[in-house]
Design a protein around this ligand. Structure first.
Ligand code: HEM
Length: 120
């Protein structure tokens, strides 16, 4: 069941993936400036993202952050922004050597979050 967790390189691979992903998100003008808010604790954000990827991929973690609808409520996130994040994640996974099969598996587990994240 934890084949995806292995495919992402276990905890250390997931941590590297998040370290590669977050600068891409911060630099992506398509995402708008919600992530540039100085009130966002980026250390916390990265920890929660890594924990979520670990949980979703079958690692021995339980996501302990806010639920996706609550945290993204009021950010007016569009479908285009959701897909832009997915593209950044694909690029980060390419850079970290995650195989296409494993990339697709992680993306498939994120897809159901669309309805909670996209509100505009
Ligand atoms: C599959 C898509 C997405 C996933 C899995 C995801 C995941 C997360 C996670 C785990 C957190 C931290 C939760 C916490 O602190 O408890 C978060 C926060 C946040 N996300 Fe997303 N997110 C997604 C899409 C997006 C998109 C498209 C945007 C648009 C720019 C976005 C903007 C934000 C912002 C601004 C925060 C920080 C909110 C705050 O700390 O007040 N997210 N997201």
């Amino acid at each position: 069941a934890d084949e995806l967790f292995q495919g992402l390189g276990r905890q250390s691979g997931i941590d590297r993936l998040v370290d590669t992903l977050v600068p891409l998100l911060l630099a992506d003008v398509r995402l708008g400036n919600s992530l540039q808010d100085p009130n966002i604790d980026m250390v916390h954000f990265k920890q929660k993202l890594a924990e979520q990827f670990c949980d979703l991929s079958g690692g021995a973690c339980k996501y302990s952050g806010k639920d996706m609808a609550t945290i993204h409520d009021g950010l007016d996130i569009t479908a285009a922004q959701f897909y832009a994040l997915v593209e950044d994640l694909q690029l980060a996974m390419d850079r970290e050597g995650v195989t296409p099969a494993m990339q697709n598996r992680l993306l498939a587990r994120l897809a159901p979050m669309f309805r909670d994240v996209v509100t505009r």
